[in-house]
Design a protein around this ligand. Structure first.
Ligand SMILES: Nc1ncnc2c1ncn2[C@@H]1O[C@H](COP(=O)(O)OP(=O)(O)OP(=O)(O)O)[C@@H](O)[C@H]1O
Ligand SMILES: CC(C)(CO)[C@@H](O)C(=O)NCCC(=O)O
Ligand SMILES: [K+]
Length: 266
């Protein structure tokens, strides 16, 4: 089991990659979604067929991975069906489905990213566990001590909330997430948007965490997804006591993919 392999999670905004040797994660990186033509060239010619940095992180462009990337086993999970289709012709692709995730009570349309992050969290930290994924969408997903899905919630992610205000109003400017918690009572448009989105999301997350902790007092709580570092820093500023119980792990989904791969091999 000491072979090289790739994990690919196709998210709504971008592709999340990891390169493993056996059970050890070597590198993890993100890229844009790739057009069909780039994927075909990759399959045929390896990275020499496309711009290497379209798919590889700078630190491995010239390494071992660049020579072999198109022949490595690829374990793929996706919440974007049109992107999944493009990878069907990759030589040794395993498309992970909900049926392969060894958790109980999963409902049919549950996102595979949520199921895999929950599995990754539970297998490394134990059950019960609550996962908060701050991606394009912000999701909360929890399981009890018997690995049974308790359920969760889906809302627009922080970035999407900012973008949708800009897109659907005439006067609201584009805004970025600030690195520090903004003032709550803002005196400028941009900071008023930041305040509204951030304090409301934080209050909501706090409510969900409190409810979860009242049901599952021993549960670990894990943050993941593109906005997890900034969200954790906001949580630490506003609710320091609660934040002490929250772990940040950007690689949860890869842990889930790894567990599914091991189960397939056994
Ligand atoms: N380099 C980056 N490119 C795009 N988004 C980024 C980047 N760095 C941080 N982000 C943040 O990540 C968020 C998207 O998260 P993520 O990449 O986890 O989403 P995703 O691709 O939809 O994945 P998932 O489906 O797992 O949520 C955006 O709201 C954005 O603020
Ligand atoms: C909620 C997202 C978009 C988060 O990436 C994804 O998990 C998804 O498409 N889920 C399907 C719906 C559900 O999980 O109930
Ligand atoms: K998403």
């Amino acid at each position: 089991m000491n072979e090289s392999w790739l994990a690919l999670m196709i998210g709504n905004s971008r592709l999340h990659w990891a390169w493993f040797i056996g059970n050890t994660l070597q590198e993890a990186w993100d890229t844009k979604h790739l057009p069909a033509s780039a994927i075909q060239q990759l399959i045929q010619y390896g990275v020499s067929g496309i711009l290497p940095d379209a798919i590889l992180p700078p630190q491995v462009v010239s390494g071992q991975l660049s020579d072999t990337i198109n022949v490595l086993p690829l374990y793929l999970a996706s919440v974007v069906p049109s992107q999944t289709t493009l990878w069907q012709t990759y030589p040794s692709v395993n498309v992970i489905t909900l049926a392969q995730v060894p958790l109980l009570g999963l409902y049919l349309t549950l996102g595979i990213d949520r199921a895999l992050a929950l599995l990754g969290a539970g297998e490394t930290l134990g059950y019960p566990v609550l996962v908060i994924d701050a991606g394009t969408a912000l999701t909360l997903t929890g399981a009890d001590a018997d690995c049974q899905l308790i359920g969760g919630a889906i809302l627009p992610g922080l970035g999407l909330q900012l973008k949708s205000l800009t897109r659907d109003t005439a006067a609201l400017p584009a805004t970025q997430l600030p690195t520090q918690l903004p003032p709550r009572w803002a005196m400028q448009t941009a900071s008023a948007i930041e305040s509204g989105v951030i304090y409301t999301v934080l209050a909501g997350i706090r409510e969900f965490i409190e409810d979860w902790q009242s049901r599952f007092p021993t549960s670990q709580i894990v943050l993941t997804g593109g906005d997890s570092p900034v969200l954790l820093s906001y949580l630490q500023s506003l609710y320091p006591e609660m934040a002490r119980h929250v772990i940040c792990n950007p690689h949860l989904i890869f842990g889930g993919i790894q567990s599914v791969r091991l189960k397939m091999a056994s």
